[in-house]
Design a protein around this ligand. Structure first.
Ligand code: GLU
Length: 448
């Protein structure tokens, strides 16, 4: 069987950590089995869907490296939905309803008050032909509900195991609004049928939809695909993702300096018992991916973990993989020696700017007044060029000998004078990059 998956975002907003996870898991599942990936834009909500969001979603997926083999837009498929709806209508599987939203709200509250689940009472299903004709003649526009079979609906979920619902406990879902537009439920099923989707992989907030859609697949003469419902992301405390995190868009993370492979590395295994390690290639994630490793427990999303993966990834990145990007940051002297010196200190690539300035332009040396003499001595002991990564040891050895200083009292003042900072890459590597002239200037308290 060919594996065909779809990632189906609504272009009504930017991709965020939760829906990227679904995109990635679908993608990994398909790529692992040489399957086919459909990107389906659920844009039937014409008022809220925009081309700008549709483009941003595609742009974001490309940035993550998640390619698709087929692009579909629900707005292009309305005729197919009409045909499916007509079929359900002629088979008596949908019925017109005339309740207003206030009526429904009233019924819902009444049910809740009497301790009953708010299941639609099928009042409209009891209307006679004449009553329906009368309402239509009076200009009342119906919405349409799908008549569920009140039987057991069961499926084997690839993540949740055996799942079963009693059709009696489900409300007949509205498929078509009074203005004739379709809600999510039926178009998604029609697409999954027409596009031969084999696996529907999505969040557990869709489990009930799956039960309903299983009946829709049957009613439309199709076999239901396999389902996998992933637990949703929570924050570290186990609560629902806070608004701030939940709405943290991929674009924002990208602007903040997160690397695409940090996101992929984290999300491919979050919610499994697999190790989460920085991976540089999607292929590594494909190789280690197994959907059966996802558990039912909530998956905790910790932004600090993402940042630490980001740092680890950068620390492991060789110059070849990053040289062009450094040029893009206009760091003209960022050669391989520079990169190797600074990469252990990066949290984000942009931090390279700080160290580029330290090595090649002006900084503010920090010298305590009572260290001026020490600096003058240190300056007088600077070895001649050429400098390499043995120069620092040679020089500081001589300074130690001459001044009697050692450890922190020797190294920290030199670091502060040479970089203006009390932390940073190893001076043994920075020193040859800073060079003798800049070093002399800084030891005298001059900016470069
Ligand atoms: N557009 C729906 C959503 O974003 C798709 C759900 C599905 O995967 O069927 O929730």
């Amino acid at each position: 069987m060919t594996v065909i998956v779809r990632f189906a975002p609504s272009p009504t907003g930017l991709l965020h950590i939760g829906n990227i996870r679904m995109a990635l898991v679908n993608w990994l599942y398909a790529r692992k089995s040489s399957g086919h990936v459909i990107l389906r834009l659920d844009d039937t909500d014409q008022e809220r869907s925009t081309d700008a969001f549709a483009n941003a979603i595609q742009e974001d997926l490309k940035w993550l490296g998640l390619s698709w083999d087929q692009l579909e837009k629900q707005s292009n498929r309305l005729a197919d939905y009409d045909a499916a709806f007509q079929r359900l209508k002629s088979d008596g599987r949908v019925y017109p309803c005339f309740e207003t939203s206030e009526d429904l709200e009233y019924k819902r509250r009444r049910a809740m008050r009497s301790g009953k689940p708010p299941i639609y009472d099928r009042a409209s299903l009891k209307l006679s032909e004449d009553q329906i004709e009368g309402k239509l003649a009076a200009g009342e526009a119906p919405h349409w509900r799908f008549k569920l079979n009140h039987s057991e609906i069961a499926f084997d979920d690839l993540v949740r195991g055996h799942v079963s619902f009693d059709g009696n406990n489900l409300s007949d879902p509205v498929l078509v609004r009074a203005d004739g537009t379709y809600l999510y439920m039926m178009p998604s099923t029609v697409d999954d049928i027409d596009m031969a989707v084999s696996h529907v992989i999505r969040g557990e907030d869709h489990v009930t939809n799956s039960a309903i859609q299983i009946q829709l697949f049957e009613a439309l003469g199709a076999e239901a695909p396999a389902f996998a419902h992933l637990s949703l992301l929570t924050d570290v405390a186990g609560g629902g993702l806070s608004k701030r995190l939940g709405s943290m868009s991929l674009q924002q993370m990208r602007r903040d300096g997160i690397e695409p492979m940090s996101i992929n590395s984290l999300l491919a295994h979050l919610g499994t018992s697999d190790d989460i390690a920085p991976c540089h290639q999607l292929q590594e994630l494909i190789d280690s991916f197994d959907i059966s490793h996802f558990g039912r427990a909530a998956a905790k999303f910790d932004p600090d973990r993402l940042w630490s993966l980001n740092a680890s990834l950068l620390h492991e990145t060789p110059y070849d993989a990053v040289g062009e990007r450094l040029k893009g940051l206009e760091l003209s002297q960022a050669n391989e020696a520079f990169w190797d010196a600074i990469r252990p200190n990066l949290r984000r690539l942009e931090d390279a700017r700080i160290w580029h300035a330290v090595c090649f332009s002006d900084i503010c040396p920090s010298i305590a007044d009572n260290d001026r003499e020490f600096m003058a001595t240190a300056k007088s002991l600077l070895p001649g060029e050429p400098w390499d990564d043995t120069t620092w040891a040679t020089w500081t050895g001589a300074v130690k000998e001459e001044t009697g200083r050692k450890g922190k009292s020797l190294f920290l003042p030199l670091r502060l004078a040479l970089t203006g900072l009390d932390h940073g890459p190893e001076l043994k590597q920075l020193l040859p990059l800073i060079g003798r002239e800049f070093t002399q200037n800084r030891l005298s308290g001059n900016p470069s």
